[in-house]
Design a protein around this ligand. Structure first.
Ligand SMILES: [Fe+2]
Length: 286
């Protein structure tokens, strides 16, 4: 059968029309329509298409359990934040979400409430504390709080050659919904630039920098899981995040203390920071 240029898109859509799942059919129909339209709009050359295929191959080649280049690609394209916005909590009292990012690792070590993230990531101690509540103000005891962060060099544990766990862990809110944990003050950082996504940013004259932040994933039975960050107020990159993740409601002042940290803090520090973050969870949709 001769496939005329004018009817090609139509015929591809027709080929997907028997997809049993209505949702998959909807997604494939829209994807094909937009992809064809995009290629026609920019008059994509065969050479450019080959470069794109090679780019995706390289993105796959460099991806491991600890190096998620596809998430990074989605992040710098603003697709991750678009998906976050589409699925944002409907209740405006709930804590806002932001990007998941490429550095989450399943199975982080447990830390006791009030304890220190294990692994001794280098940096000045930062005490984070708060209360997990529901949008109606009731406390949420036993919430699983997963935390991960870059150290004072702006690097995550998985970016070091030894691959030891540091700057990440999980704990639970206590019976009063409270939690506290000693981390280190994170630094702003460059997202990885040694892969295809970094080369793309460079080609487009884009900054790879992210403002300092601490990642949180908070989950509790009956509630929508919250994936978010807190950002440091005053960070030089707060208005130019490479992955478009900053929201005003997530910016926190890190209060500086020029005195010895309390006894239970990590390291024998003579200075420390503290901040507050109280996640507000929205009930899961039934
Ligand atoms: Fe991060």
């Amino acid at each position: 059968m001769d496939i005329a240029k004018e009817t090609l898109t139509e015929q591809v859509l027709d080929a997907f029309s028997e997809t049993p799942s209505p949702r998959l059919r909807e997604i494939m129909t829209s994807l094909v329509t937009h992809l064809h339209s995009f290629a026609r709009e920019v008059k994509l050359t065969e050479q450019e298409w080959a470069v794109a295929v090679q780019f995706l191959k390289q993105t796959g080649d460099i991806t491991t359990d600890k190096r998620q280049e596809f998430i990074l690609l989605s992040d710098v394209l603003g697709l991750s934040m678009t998906v976050v916005e589409i699925n944002a909590p409907k209740d405006s009292r709930a804590t806002e979400s932001t990007v998941f990012g490429p550095f989450f690792v399943e199975g982080s070590p447990e830390v006791l409430n009030g304890g220190t993230l294990p692994g001794e990531a280098p940096g000045i101690p930062l005490l984070i504390s708060g209360t997990v509540t529901s949008v109606d103000g009731s406390i949420v005891p036993g919430a699983l709080i997963e935390i991960w962060e870059a150290d004072q060099q702006g690097r995550y544990d998985v970016e070091y050659l030894d691959q030891g766990s540091a700057g990440r862990g999980h704990l639970y809110s206590d019976q009063t919904g409270n939690y506290s944990v000693w981390c280190v003050k994170p630094s702003y950082y460059s997202i990885p630039t040694d892969g295809p996504v970094g080369r793309l940013l460079s080609s487009c004259n884009r900054s790879p920098m992210r403002p300092a932040h601490v990642h949180f994933k908070v989950s509790a039975p009956g509630y929508k899981t919250l994936v978010t960050h807190i950002f440091e107020k005053g960070d030089p990159y707060i208005d130019s995040d490479a992955v478009f993740g900053v929201k005003d409601s997530l910016v926190r002042a890190f209060k500086y203390h020029a005195d010895p940290a309390p006894e239970n803090s990590p390291l024998a520090a003579n200075e420390w920071f503290e901040t507050e973050f109280s996640p507000v969870l929205q009930k899961a949709e039934s």
